[in-house]
Design a protein around this ligand. Structure first.
Ligand SMILES: C[S@@+](CC[C@H](N)C(=O)[O-])C[C@H]1O[C@@H](n2cnc3c(N)ncnc32)[C@H](O)[C@@H]1O
Length: 255
């Protein structure tokens, strides 16, 4: 697993590399509107894997690790689940809070918020075996230790047959082609990136397996054709023929 920080070659190198928090604090104002094609593929994966599971139940508790601006948070709340939303960036979370406020009062009050660094030494302040499901979309590239991440997931997840974990990731194909999560800061025209880690698909599956999470579904999504690229937006063109998004559904092995 390799670590990469900072600028990705869009323009000249910034003098100082931002931390992941600084990057997302700065990105928060444009995160929802800058034509990120991964979010579109992520929406499809969520619809295919997570939404049918959410539809099976109501009033269950989902923890979202790395809620960002609440893109998926509101889908979980709107499915009549309760949510604990966790993120390290107060600015990203503030956007999520604005988004949630637009839901009806009951849904908007069915959430609690925790600012927490999943790479830090402090334990996430959520009780053991207390949540029915966990989602974490497009966050894992920022996770330094997959073992620590999955130990947290295992600790807070209820140990039942019905419990599930939905994780999505920028596919390693993208990272290896030089991409990582980041945005072009309009004021400096520099690409700002936080700290990313090159976790392979196998690394993720193996780290999950160490805490008894088995892969119930695995999906890869890419830009299938020029026509598909046109639908996704201009940033998709360079990825025609490449899988750029991966999603995992994990379930607990109960025996
Ligand atoms: C690419 S965004 C994804 C946001 C949202 N899940 C989505 O799919 O739109 C990554 C999010 O992970 C958060 N994040 C990154 N590193 C983190 C860490 N160490 N602990 C908690 N959150 C982190 C960032 O602040 C950001 O909101």
């Amino acid at each position: 697993m390799k670590r990469r920080t900072g600028d990705n070659g869009v323009s000249s190198q910034p003098k100082e590399m931002p931390s992941t928090v600084e990057c997302y604090d700065a990105w928060s104002s444009t995160y929802d509107s800058d034509g990120n094609i991964l979010q579109l593929l992520d929406n499809d994966a969520f619809e295919e894997i997570a939404q049918p599971l959410l539809n099976l139940n109501q009033n269950k508790l989902c923890c979202e690790l790395g809620c960002g601006t609440g893109r998926n948070t509101i889908k979980v709340l709107s499915s009549e689940w309760l949510v604990i939303a966790v993120d390290v960036s107060t600015s990203m979370m503030a956007k999520a809070q604005q988004r949630v406020k637009q839901l009806d009062k009951t849904r908007a009050s069915s959430i609690s918020w925790i600012i927490h660094d999943l790479n830090g030494n402090d334990e996430l302040f959520i009780n053991e075996s207390s949540v029915d499901a966990i989602i974490s979309t497009l966050v894992i590239e920022h996770i330094a230790s997959l073992d620590q991440f999955f130990q947290t997931i295992f600790r807070i997840l209820k140990k039942t047959d019905d419990s599930w974990v939905f994780i999505t990731a920028m596919h390693p194909n993208m990272y290896r082609a030089g991409s990582q999560a980041g945005f072009v800061d309009a004021t400096t025209n520099q690409k700002l990136c936080g700290v990313s880690f090159d976790h392979s698909i196998q690394d993720i599956v193996q780290a999950a397996a160490k805490v008894n999470l088995t892969t119930a579904k695995y999906l890869e999504k890419g830009v299938n054709s020029e026509e598909h690229a046109n639908q996704l937006g201009s940033r998709a063109k360079k990825w025609v023929g490449t899988n750029i998004h991966a999603s995992f559904l994990f379930k607990l092995r109960m025996n």
